[in-house]
Structure formats: structure tokens, C-alpha cells
Design a protein around this ligand. Structure first.
Ligand code: URA
Length: 434
């Protein structure tokens, strides 16, 4: 077999065999598939698609391209959550300690933010001293000890994905459902989990703009979970307005801490409680969602989830005093309110310009090499359905650089729609697939 045989077969619209897919993925890692051959095949996959069988095989081959963690010695159900990313999406920061406080083991491997969407790792790193690049041994030890650890992707987890994702990023081949599916699921399945909850977002602030495309992706990922014996449930959630009221690293940490104190914004609390309850059901710690919700709420209200966050911060060498004193987090030098020119009701809060504005301020990266300014961002955001008076703040901008603030300000001018008639709050969880 030669790389060109596999490329030509997919170019002609034929399904690949499992052996051909393994040959490709091993070739990417071992180097006998040159980058130009890999990208030709990726483009053929984007144009001609893959069957469900092929998608499962490529996921499995990518997962096995590195280490698949074995956590069987930990006597707790191992369940994780993955979000396809959005603006103000800080759910993992609340859900991981909350799920662990419910009795689950949560081996969470997360990514960095790119473009208008933020990343869990960047947010955690705003905590002074917090270390996200633990070795795999340290990661496992922490899971044994406290049942949760939150780290970045290590080089031995799905290395084929790392290589292929970098090629896809620069060759117009990111938007292929089988490739996105394999990329996400190979990394998650390599964590050695017993169950997975997916938060697949749709809307202008999300990776998938339409509900239909998000549902298609979710269905494929749930099917892969089934094939690989990892029960998977996908939530389809609205990402047209930012999640919660804060966008930016320190600001989102503060909002997450408030949620752990059971004082967070309604939409963020709701989605986090539902996703965590679903993890609890998958981990068989409750027989149905009602029982799971009761457990989750009890762990929030008792302070157990907050105590678990303290343990995580301590274990990962951060300063746990941030939980009681938010001034220990890095903050921007200046802030200014962005006010409403008119009175009325908030009908739209556009996630995309808000996400881009936060990125311009320095909360996110335009390119992977950019550095993050942890203290900048946007907070006190109004939510759809809120009533405002003329000159009331619609949000507050935290900034260090006046020029960047002016650029962000311009974007915010198109971010809010205020109309005289009342407006109801949107339903955030649109559908659940299992
Ligand atoms: N996130 C991933 O990890 N991979 C993709 O292909 C797309 C989003």
C-alpha cells in the first residue's frame, strides 16, 4: 500500500477500509505520510465525507496513536464533559469540582482559547501559581487523591490529532464533520473515561453556526461513543448570547467562584447543573435526572463543590486564597461602562462581537502565538429579557490599552438590540441526544 493509493480511493468517493485508515494515521505519526499527502487526503475526506464506520475507525486509530490512560484502579466512575466552545463558556471550571464533589472522578484535559472563544486553561492560569502542565503521573496521582484534575493536552495524548489539526487549520479542512468528530472524541476517549457529556453549541458565538449542523456533529459523536463503549450524551445549547455575564480570564474565574458559592447568573447555573447531573447519571451515582439534580444542588449548597475547588487549586500549586479574595487575581488597570442610548428591553446580545471585542482587549488570541492579558475583558453584561433605562450600563469593559478599548467599543456598538416591547429569555438547552 502507498499513500497515493489511499488518497486516490477517497478522491474517487470510495469508503476506506480499517486497514487503510490505520495505515494513514500511523503514517502521520511515523512520518511516512508526508504533510502534502496528508492534506490531500484530508481535503478528499472533507469533500467526499466518511461513513459512520470510517469515522469510528479514524477516531479509534487517532486515539491509539498515543497513550490511552488506564484509570481502572480508581474506584469511582470516570466521567468527563467536553464543550465545542463559545463566548463566556466557563462551565468546566464549575462543573469539574462539582462533579467530583458528587463522587465522580473527572480527568479533565482541556484546550487553550483561539479566536473569539476562550479556553479553560487560560482561565485557570489567571489563578496565581496554578499549574496546568502536570506530568501524566502527577495527573493520575491527583485523580486518585481528590478525584479531579484539570490539565492541558500532553504530547502523548492523541499525537496524530495534534499533527492533523495543525494541518487542517491552514488548509481549509477544519469544517469536516467526521474529522471534527474524530479529533474531539479521540482526545476524550484517550482519557480512559466510562462516560462523556458533550455540550455542542450552536449560534453566532459557536463553532457550528446552525442548529442543524451542530445536531449532525452531536449525532456523530454520540454514535462514536456507542461504538467505542463509552456512553455519550450530547446537549445542544444556544450560543447566540454569551454564557453568564463575564468574558475574560480573571473575570470568568470570579464568575465561576460565585457559581461555586451558589450565587452565579441564572443561565450559567442552569446549564452547569444540568450537565453535571447528566454526568452523575452516566456515572450511575443516581438513577435519573431528578435524583442527580438533588445530589448536585446539595453539593453546591453545602459548600462541598467550593471546597473541592480549593483542593484543586492547592493540588495544582495555585493560591487558594483567591476564592476569598478576588483582588489576588490579575486585574486590568482601567474600566469603563458601555451604556444604553435608549430605554427598553434587551432583545439580542450578540456573542460574536463581544467575543471578538474581548479578544482584541487581550483576553484571547488572534493567533496561537499571542499572549493573554488575564485581567482584561467584559463583565456585567445584560442578558436577553432584561429591562434597561437610558444610560444604564449594558456591560463594563476592563482594559489596559486605550487604542484596544476604542476598537472593542466600536464592536460593542453592534452587539446589543434594545426594543420598547418586553422579550422573554431564550431556552438555552434546546435538545439532548443520547
Ligand atoms: N475542536 C477540536 O478539538 N477539534 C476539531 O476538529 C474542532 C474543534
Amino acid at each position: 500500500m502507498f499513500p497515493q493509493d489511499v488518497i486516490m480511493k477517497k478522491r474517487d468517493g470510495l469508503a476506506l477500509t480499517q486497514a487503510e485508515i490505520i495505515y494513514f494515521i500511523q503514517g502521520v505519526v511515523q512520518g511516512y505520510f508526508q504533510d502534502y499527502q496528508s492534506t490531500a487526503l484530508l481535503m478528499a475526506i472533507l469533500l467526499n465525507g466518511m461513513t459512520d464506520e470510517e469515522t469510528s475507525w479514524i477516531t479509534e486509530a487517532m486515539m491509539k496513536s498515543g497513550e490511552v490512560m488506564n484509570l481502572q484502579h480508581i474506584p469511582k466512575p470516570k466521567v468527563d464533559k467536553h464543550s465545542t466552545g463559545g463566548v463566556g463558556d466557563k462551565v468546566s471550571l464549575i462543573l469539574a469540582p462539582l462533579a467530583a464533589a458528587c463522587g465522580l472522578c473527572v480527568p479533565m484535559i482541556s484546550g487553550r482559547g483561539l479566536g473569539h472563544t476562550g479556553g479553560t486553561l487560560d482561565k485557570l492560569q489567571s489563578i496565581p501559581g496554578f499549574c496546568t502542565d502536570l506530568s501524566q503521573d502527577e495527573f493520575k496521582q491527583q485523580l486518585e487523591k481528590i478525584g479531579v484534575s484539570m490539565i492541558g493536552q500532553t504530547s502523548n495524548i492523541a499525537p496524530a490529532d495534534k499533527k492533523l489539526y495543525a494541518l487542517r487549520d491552514v488548509t481549509g479542512t477544519v469544517e469536516s464533520i467526521p474529522l471534527i468528530c474524530a479529533s474531539i472524541m479521540s482526545k476524550k476517549l484517550a482519557e480512559g473515561i466510562d462516560g462523556l457529556v458533550l455540550d455542542v453549541k450552536f449560534g453566532q458565538g459557536a463553532f457550528m453556526k446552525s442548529f442543524e449542523k451542530a445536531k449532525d456533529l452531536a449525532q456523530h459523536m454520540v454514535a462514536i461513543g456507542k461504538h467505542t463503549h463509552c456512553p455519550t450524551v450530547a446537549f445542544l445549547t444556544d450560543m447566540n448570547q454569551p454564557l453568564g455575564k463575564a468574558v475574560g480570564n480573571s473575570l470568568e474565574m470570579i464568575e465561576s467562584f460565585e457559581c461555586l458559592k451558589n450565587k452565579g447568573p441564572e443561565d450559567l447555573m442552569h446549564i452547569t447543573i444540568e450537565l453535571t447531573a447528566q454526568m452523575v447519571v452516566l456515572g450511575k451515582l443516581a438513577s435519573d435526572m431528578d435524583q442527580a439534580r438533588t445530589l448536585v444542588l446539595q453539593r453546591l449548597q453545602s459548600g462541598a463543590a467550593l471546597a473541592k475547588m480549593r483542593e484543586i487549586i492547592q493540588a495544582q500549586r495555585g493560591n487558594p486564597d483567591v476564592l476569598d479574595n478576588y483582588k489576588l487575581l490579575p486585574m486590568s488597570h482601567h474600566h469603563q461602562d458601555f451604556t444604553s442610548p435608549v430605554a427598553g428591553y434587551v432583545h439580542e446580545v450578540h456573542a460574536l462581537p463581544i467575543g471578538v471585542a474581548a479578544m482584541i482587549l487581550g483576553a484571547g488570541r488572534q493567533s496561537i502565538k499571542d499572549t493573554i492579558a488575564p485581567g482584561v475583558g467584559i463583565c456585567h453584561l445584560v442578558k436577553i429579557g432584561d429591562q434597561v433605562k437610558a444610560n444604564d450600563p449594558l456591560c463594563r469593559i476592563h482594559y489596559d490599552d486605550e487604542h484596544k478599548k476604542i476598537e472593542a467599543w466600536d464592536l460593542l456598538k453592534n452587539a446589543f438590540v434594545i426594543r420598547p416591547e418586553p422579550c422573554s429569555k431564550p431556552k438555552i438547552i434546546q435538545e439532548i441526544l443520547s
